[in-house]
Design a binder for this molecule. Structure first.
Ligand SMILES: Cc1cc2nc3c(=O)[nH]c(=O)nc-3n(C[C@H](O)[C@H](O)[C@H](O)COP(=O)(O)OP(=O)(O)OC[C@H]3O[C@@H](n4cnc5c(N)ncnc54)[C@H](O)[C@@H]3O)c2cc1C
Length: 474
């Protein structure tokens, strides 16, 4: 250990991990194996002061900075090759509920399971991710869709305040009344403006059980199901939602899975979705479950430690032909024995989220719903490029199915579902420059981009936070 790092270690309340440390492999591990990078230093920070010191050390030693929350960015945005990682997950992961004021105070490294479990003890909840091992901060700063979006909008619409450590080492409160420009920018601008050490959420009264679970259908039922979906989606209410998955069963045969959600009892949910159940699923696990299990239903399908390639695309309306084509395609891929593929169509009611003007936050709101393409495989990180090409083929099927009506931003999908362009020579997104970075930023932020550039100039003029759809300072 060099003298400089030894004296740095002494100033830090958390843990500083370097490659020779036995903890190193654990410290650079990510949800997606192919998102791991060999950092020079990982700082498991304990508080905002640790973050300030870490930024200062990184700047002094010219180390690129990455910020790790829940560690789910499959492109490596929270990892750094040869740089310094500020990791909030290990220590800065508190969740405290102020039941009287219905507020949740959440550490910048917490995951959604912690929020769901703590808040529901008080009969409260907020909009969080549908896989509860994802990070609270990464998901929120990039927008944040979830099962409760129908009633409460996006995660950013429920964010009341955040503590942000900015590039010059200031610890700022961002809210509607303090540093309003920063508050506007972080709600959709991702990790471009600093490190969120605490996020404060509006919590809402939530019943303790919900109707949710999986129904698995054979492909011959898909035509009827898509017809029912169109009818249902046209009249969707605030307290419901579905994720429809195109994937394969363990025997390699294509299946169509619907995860149902109804914020009510089993009797109410069954009655509400009766026509879907009448179609005759081959498996039906939908039941009344404790609220805190709602966001764990997909966990097993997206376990830690595999390689993943994720890609987003939007969808304006359900499409039967495209769904059939996707079923054939994923079954064909399964035959190869390498890739596990799923296309997850998220039907979260959008009216509430879209009632917020596009200019009210930095997030690029869109009318359409999201589809997440997920391709996973074991071990061989070298297959990322192949997975990328396959993901593009799948997404193209969706785009064609929408009659090419999607604009470019919708084609590139939800920012939090995007992957980095792996043609970039260095694995670091921070190396993105020039036209390439500008094009990505344009798609990610659309009409909000010029204002984001101005705010970036104020808070991060040297662009040290440049790993997630980097914004070029004005
Ligand atoms: C299996 C799976 C399911 C998902 N489901 C949903 C879903 O239901 N709804 C939804 O909206 N999205 C969903 N997502 C997308 C998810 O929102 C993003 O992957 C998100 O970036 C994950 O955040 P993280 O903190 O876990 O990741 P990380 O890899 O730690 O971080 C992601 C980005 O956020 C930055 N970041 C993390 N913490 C902080 C912080 N404290 N301060 C500043 N920047 C920070 C990182 O630097 C990085 O740029 C899902 C993703 C996966 C992999």
């Amino acid at each position: 250990m060099s003298d400089s790092i030894a004296s740095f270690v002494k100033t830090i309340k958390g843990d500083v991990v370097t490659p020779e440390n036995p903890d190193y492999a654990k410290s650079i591990a990510r949800w997606a194996k192919n998102a791991e990078r060999k950092a020079k230093v990982v700082v498991h920070v304990k508080d905002a002061e640790d973050v300030v010191k870490s930024i200062s050390y990184a700047k002094e030693h010219k180390l690129p900075i990455a910020i790790r929350g829940g560690g789910h960015n499959a492109a490596g945005a929270s990892s750094s090759e040869d740089g310094l990682v500020i990791d909030l997950n290990r220590h800065l992961n508190h969740v405290r509920v102020d039941a009287e004021n219905k507020l949740g105070y959440v550490g910048g490294g917490a995951i959604w399971a912690q929020v769901d479990q703590e808040a529901i003890k008080y009969g409260l909840a907020t909009v969080g991710g549908t896989v509860n091992h994802t990070g609270v901060a990464g998901l929120t700063l990039g927008g944040g869709y979830g099962w409760l979006s129908g009633r409460h909008g996006l995660a950013i619409d429920n964010l009341k305040q955040a503590t942000i450590v900015t590039a010059n080492g200031s610890i700022l409160t961002a809210s509607d009344t303090q540093n309003q420009d920063l508050f506007w920018a972080i709600r959709g601008g991702g990790s471009n403006f600093g490190i969120a050490t605490e996020l404060v959420y509006q919590l809402h009264p939530q019943r303790k059980t919900v109707f949710a679970g999986n129904a698995v259908y054979t492909p011959d039922k898909v035509e009827k199901l898509i017809e029912l979906t169109k009818k249902w989606w046209d009249n969707v209410g605030e307290d419901e939602g579905m994720i429809q998955g195109v994937t394969v069963a363990p025997d390699g045969k294509p299946i169509f899975v619907i995860i149902f959600f109804y914020n009510g009892s089993e009797a109410e949910g069954r009655a509400h979705y009766k026509e879907f159940f009448d179609v005759g699923p081959v498996v039906d696990t939908v039941s009344e479950i404790p609220y805190e299990r709602l966001n764990s239903q997909l966990n097993a399908q997206v376990a830690h430690g595999r390689c993943y390639y994720l890609k987003g695309v939007s969808q304006v309306s359900p499409n039967y032909q495209a769904t059939v084509e996707l079923l054939q395609k994923v079954a064909g891929l399964a035959k190869g024995g390498v890739f596990s593929t799923s296309m997850l169509h998220e039907y979260f009611p959008m009216a509430k989220a879209n009632s917020v003007p596009v200019s009210a936050t930095a997030f690029r709101r869109q009318g359409a719903s999201n589809i997440l393409t997920s391709i996973s495989w074991e071990e061989d990180v070298g297959k990322t490029k192949e997975a990328r090409d396959l993901a593009k083929e799948l997404v193209d099927i969706v785009i064609r199915g929408q009659g090419n009506s999607l604009d470019d931003a919708e084609k590139s999908g939800y920012t939090n579902y995007g992957h980095e362009d792996i043609d970039v020579p260095s694995a670091n997104l921070g190396s993105l420059t020039g036209d390439h970075a500008a094009k990505r930023a344009d798609l990610a932020y659309a009409s909000n981009y010029p204002r984001l550039q101005e705010i970036k100039k104020t808070y991060d003029p040297e662009n040290i936070f440049n790993r997630w759809y980097p914004i070029t300072p004005a």
